[in-house]
Design a protein around this ligand. Structure first.
Ligand code: C2O
Ligand code: CU
Ligand code: CU
Length: 467
């Protein structure tokens, strides 16, 4: 079978082979539970308001496909990388060492950091193999964030460089259990090695792997207690794959997203999550003890007939035996957040793709990074933009350094319950999303499509925030 047709068969056949796999060798031991919760990073600082962790990027062997090993790139020996736990207002200090054969940086996706800590090339020299760098900043927002390199993103992230940060605030909702859900995928050859070739489809749509992973595993099982309210913090770390989650017979009560809790929780039967986005949901699994439910990835049309894919099982949700819990109520309200002003857009930023000299390029206002003219604003100013997607595919728009709020879609104001601080939002194909942001920190900030092959292909620009 050719490489190509093998890859096409990929998802189903490899996932079967892969069932039950996902352990690292030579790294930290995987958590004993079948859900594969990321390992908490060790805080070496006794000050309760300072979280200080060591982080090392290094190669490690992991088994994704039974009988094979994959050389992955890890933070501290695990994929997903460690979970950094902190409280709102804490100072985070990360002593980073690059033990990889290639230069790298760390970007703190969604965290409002000072510009020089943002991990992009414009503000820091890449950290060479063997070198170290200390990241230090204050955690200004409670929520669920992730970190990843900002050099060679498509290669380094798919190889396993991503970790999690959970920042707790004073308004955490009540839940019986809390779990982390890291959605991703890898594109592997039959021998377990990464397939790093990009075919035309992957250049166009972003690379989708042939092994789909939850917490670095295929089909892990989440055990929930009968009647328990389980809080799930969900992130999509895939290069290009969108996840459209469904748990038959159940709804997810959405209580938060990228930038923390939202004032008006709502129920979603499908949870569509593009690369980079996060959702914070509560789930009360219904059924007799012993019931097994399957968390599904339902097809979603993000362009070029991707909606014709088959539904795909991702994980098992098993209702455990234990004593039934009395059943907490699902929250109807969340903490208030400041609503930024609405109004007409001052500018339209257009996203599209085009063949330039026979090569498919992803463009912003007709230009590819680094030629996209920077947006110039002043620190503290509020701006409204129309993000216009002229392409026949969705682009997940991501902004560094600031949250934004969605005001309207195709001119129609969004529902009240959509008030949320976002750092990544899907721009559906051939549509316009209006956003508002307050640029309250000076520096040079990036915005880009979070389909990593599109970032690479030019769909990235800069915002210069003058002091
Ligand atoms: Cu998560 Cu510039 O990215
Ligand atoms: Cu980011
Ligand atoms: Cu894109």
């Amino acid at each position: 079978m050719s490489e190509r047709s093998w890859a096409l068969l990929g998802v189903a056949s490899l996932s079967l082979l892969a069932a039950g796999c996902g352990a690292e060798r030579g790294g930290e031991p995987a958590a004993p539970d079948t859900w594969g919760e990321p390992t908490a990073a060790l805080d070496t600082n006794p000050d309760p308001e300072v979280v200080e962790v060591d982080l090392e990027a290094r190669e490690v062997e992991k088994t994704y496909l039974e009988g094979t090993t994959t050389t992955v790139w890890s933070y501290n020996g695990t994929v997903p990388g460690p979970l950094i736990e902190a409280n709102l207002g804490d100072t985070l200090i990360v002593h980073f060492k690059n033990s990889l054969p290639e230069e790298t940086t760390i970007h703190w996706h969604g965290i409002r950091v000072p510009n020089e800590m943002d991990g992009v090339m414009a503000v820091q020299a890449p950290i060479a193999p063997g070198e170290t760098f200390t990241y230090r900043f204050t955690l200004r927002d409670a929520g669920f964030y992730w970190f990843h390199p900002h050099v060679m993103e498509p290669e380094q992230i798919q190889k396993g460089l991503f970790g999690l940060i959970r920042v707790r605030g004073p308004n955490e909702p009540e839940a019986d259990d809390e779990r982390i859900v890291v959605l991703g995928d890898v594109l592997l050859n039959e021998d377990g090695s990464f397939n790093e070739e990009l075919d035309d489809d992957m250049i166009m749509m972003g690379r989708e792997g042939n092994v789909v992973l939850v917490n670095g595993r295929t089909m892990p099982a989440l055990e929930v207690r009968p009647g328990a309210l389980t809080r799930l913090r969900i992130v999509n770390v895939a290069n290009g794959r969108f996840f459209n989650l469904a748990l038959p017979g159940h709804a997810f009560r959405v209580i938060g997203t990228d930038g923390g809790l939202i004032p008006e929780p709502y129920d979603a039967e499908r949870l569509l999550i593009s690369p980079g986005e996060r959702y914070d949901v509560l789930l009360m699994a219904q059924g007799e003890p012993g019931t097994e439910l399957t968390l599904m990835n339902e097809p979603y049309e993000r362009g070029h007939h991707t909606g014709h894919a088959d539904p795909m099982p991702l994980a098992t949700v098993r209702i455990g035996q234990g004593p039934g819990l009395s059943g907490r109520a699902l929250p109807e309200t969340g903490p208030a957040i400041e609503r930024l002003p609405g109004g007409p857009a001052e500018a339209t930023i257009t996203f599209d793709e085009q063949y330039v000299d026979g090569k498919l390029m992803f463009l912003i206002d007709g230009k590819a990074f680094p030629d996209v003219p920077p947006i110039e604003v002043e620190s503290g100013s509020v701006h409204i933009y129309d993000l216009k997607n002229d392409a026949e595919m969705d682009h997940p728009f991501h902004l560094h350094g600031f949250f934004f709020q969605v005001l309207a879609r195709d001119g129609v104001p969004v529902a009240e319950e959509e008030l949320a601080n976002k750092d990544t939002v899907i721009l559906p194909q051939r549509s316009t999303v209006r956003i508002v942001t307050r640029f309250d920190a000076p520096g040079m900030w990036m915005y880009h499509c979070h389909i990593l092959e599109h970032t690479e292909g030019g769909m990235m620009g800069e915002i210069h925030v003058a002091p």
